[in-house]
Ligand binder design. Structure first.
Ligand code: AMP
Length: 424
């Protein structure tokens, strides 16, 4: 098969690495890709936002299957457009991608189908939202309805903070779809992934990520600065409850509404005293969770993605390595604020030579034959091991071999899981 992968980050490098190993992949092309992905796939200079250009490229290159990495093209309907042009594509339709694109849509679906989630109300004007916050008190959570690149959620510890967040959303141009105000959930967070084919779903694996930029989970929120899998809090029983109470009812509800969900469903969960509750859905693999999932996946990924697209997942079975994988994100200094591009990165080969280490590129480019930083999140330095502690030690041994003074990383990725492993 000729396969086109759309995207340019660490998630796509991990997907390309896994798909390149498939006997089904004759030709693997990634657009727009990065310097690391270029080791696994041909690179094409295509903009995934330009659907007509992607379709023309697929026809010219006899592409059999398109795998879409990021959410923006999915929410813009690239799968609908590809399928309408007769090209098989992996990922949800535009209508199904509303599970990520609209928090209000997802909350209403949960309410209508008894799916456990935080109690909530939706508002289209600031005054009514503020009155509700006053009546409920703090802590309370305020969210912009639409895609806000992680900037649209405020977990407020006071009524004043929640009200300021409501003003910020409406005044800052994020309030077009209104706001959702919801109950604060206490517990431990986990990311759970399932593969869906429109009528059924199979579990992938779970992971936990770190969102704050600095050690000890301090500093500003990021798109994800490290992750590990499996997630100790996701026991087999908790994973089964998540499938039965959250994922499968969602797949059934989407099918019943005439907008069947195909693709990866990423459930952001809070594991509360009452069990798993849905915080949010994403309609694609998480980044950097995908990186640790791909390292742990033993089975071929390509037939699984094809089965999801073709609606024949029912009897599918995926096998996983039980050993943990952990990834440390190396980011450009300044991230998630402003940062410089173009600094040189050395030592990557020496770092990758360490046993149990794999390095995925998240934001790199080639300049005069050298790898340079080309984004905020730049490298995913991954370690595998018999324990999370060993995976962590290997990842940091590799980090220490990378010469990149303009970059930084947290030194404590996986600390909760490592603490659990420590002898009492
Ligand atoms: P979201 O973009 O909806 O995933 O929210 C971003 C982050 O805000 C989550 O990863 C949680 O850490 C936190 N959060 C969101 N909703 C809640 C909630 N209802 N209770 C507690 N924390 C929340």
């Amino acid at each position: 098969m000729n396969i086109l992968l759309l995207g340019a980050g660490g998630r796509e490098h991990a997907l390309a690495w896994k798909m390149a190993a498939s006997p089904l992949a004759d030709r693997l092309i990634c657009a727009p890709g990065n310097a690391g992905i270029a080791h696994e796939a041909e690179i094409a200079a295509l903009d995934p936002a330009d659907h007509a250009a992607v379709i023309a490229f697929c026809k010219a290159n006899r592409i059999d299957f398109v795998v879409v990495g990021p959410e923006a093209p999915l929410c813009a309907g690239i799968v609908d457009d590809l399928e309408a042009a007769g090209i098989k594509a992996f990922g949800p339709s535009k209508a199904a991608a509303r599970l990520e694109g609209s928090k209000g849509f997802t909350k209403d679906l949960c309410r209508a189908n008894g799916i456990p989630t935080a109690a909530y109300e939706r508002f289209s004007d600031a005054a009514a939202a503020k009155a509700y916050v006053r009546a409920r008190g703090a802590p309370i959570v305020v969210k912009a309805d639409g895609l806000a690149a992680g900037k649209g959620v405020v977990v407020a510890t006071s009524v004043a903070e929640a009200q300021a967040a409501i003003d910020m959303i409406f005044a800052g141009g994020l309030g077009e779809g209104g706001v959702v105000v919801e109950e604060f959930l206490a517990g431990e967070e986990a990311s759970f992934f399932a593969l869906c084919d429109g009528t059924t779903a199979i579990p992938l694996a779970a992971a936990q990520d770190h969102k704050r930029a600095f050690d000890g989970d301090h500093g500003p929120n990021t798109g994800g600065i490290g992750a590990y899998s499996p997630a100790p809090v996701m026991t087999d029983a908790m994973a089964k409850r998540t499938m039965d109470e959250i994922v499968l009812p969602t797949v059934r509800a989407m099918a019943a509404a005439g907008t069947p969900y195909k693709g990866v469903l990423f459930a952001g969960l809070m594991i509360t005293a009452d069990g798993p509750k849905l915080i949010e859905y994403n309609v694609r693999f998480g980044d950097p969770e995908c990186q640790v999932l791909m390292l742990r996946l033993m089975s071929d990924l390509v037939p699984a993605l094809l089965a999801a697209r073709d609606g024949v997942l029912k009897s599918f079975d995926l096998r996983w390595y039980p050993e943990p994988a952990l990834t440390v994100v190396m980011a450009a200094k300044g991230y998630p604020g402003s940062y410089a591009k173009g600094s040189a990165i050395e030592g990557l080969d020496a770092a990758a030579a360490i046993e149990g280490v794999e390095i995925f590129h998240a934001g790199t480019a080639l300049q005069g034959g050298k790898v340079v930083a080309n984004g905020g999140r730049v490298l995913n330095v991954c370690g595998m091991g018999r324990t999370v502690s060993e995976a962590q030690a290997r990842a940091y041994a590799a980090v220490d071999r990378i010469e990149w003074p303009e970059g930084f990383c947290r030194r404590d990725i996986g600390w909760q899981a490592v603490k659990r492993e420590a002898p009492a």
